[in-house]
Design a protein. Structure first.
Length: 227
């Protein structure tokens, strides 16, 4: 009987050791997916070292608490990480920059540039270069910048980035743009505009949609950088 207890104890100890060894091996063999999440920077300064964003992305948030991070991450459809950074804040809009991982788990990122739109009267006096088009024949102009200005819809449903550049805090007028990332380039998938802040407040989803056949003909410009 005594030997039976000894044998049982030996089996329990052996099983425990094997389980521990297996768990340790599993932990060593599967850090790939977890490593990026476990090692994500805990402060804005370390995020900046990873993403290498331009200095202008810090100027608009320098007044916020030192503990402010202003970074959010999403897993994109191909398992690469899409990271957004708050660069400046306003009363009802924000300026954001987006960084897309070059390869899954690479830890290297590309700064994305967003096609955006501006009413011709708002652009007056702020145009640096006219790339194409006749400025006298279009109600809106196109420009591309890394800084996306507006109120972002954070659900990112269907891997679509939707941004509402609100003219007013109520959101009754503005420019609603949806984007998709195709071959690492940001493309406009939907554009709705309500330029007249006339006191009516339909939801942005009810604004008139502008077909690509129309907005693709608008002049393409470079806006002057603010001094």
């Amino acid at each position: 009987m005594f030997y039976k207890y000894i044998l049982a104890a030996f089996l329990l100890i052996s099983t425990g050791l094997l389980t521990s060894c297996f768990a340790a091996t599993l932990k060593q063999d599967t850090p790939n997916i977890l490593a990026k999440n476990l090692k994500e920077p805990g402060n804005r300064s370390d995020w900046k070292k990873r993403l290498n964003w331009p200095e202008i992305c810090d100027e608009g948030v320098s007044h916020i608490s030192p503990s402010f991070i202003g970074v959010d991450t999403y897993t994109w459809y191909d398992d690469r990480q899409l990271t957004l950074v708050v660069c400046t804040t306003g009363a009802y809009n924000q300026g954001l920059m987006f960084f897309l991982e070059t390869k899954e788990n690479s830890g290297k990122y590309t700064l994305l540039s967003f096609p955006q739109f501006i009413a011709n009267d708002d652009a007056s006096g702020h145009i640096d270069t006219v790339i194409s088009g006749d400025l006298t024949k279009a109600p809106f102009y196109k420009f591309s910048k890394p800084l996306l200005w507006g109120a972002l819809r954070s659900d990112m449903s269907n891997y679509t980035i939707t941004n509402n550049n609100k003219y007013r805090g109520s959101g009754g007028c503005g420019i609603l743009t949806s984007y998709q990332i195709i071959n690492d380039q940001v493309k406009v998938s939907m554009l709705k505009i309500k330029n007249d802040c006339d006191g009516s407040y339909p939801s942005a989803s009810q604004w008139s949609e502008i077909p690509e056949s129309e907005f693709s003909t608008w002049p393409n410009i470079v806006l002057a950088e603010k001094q």
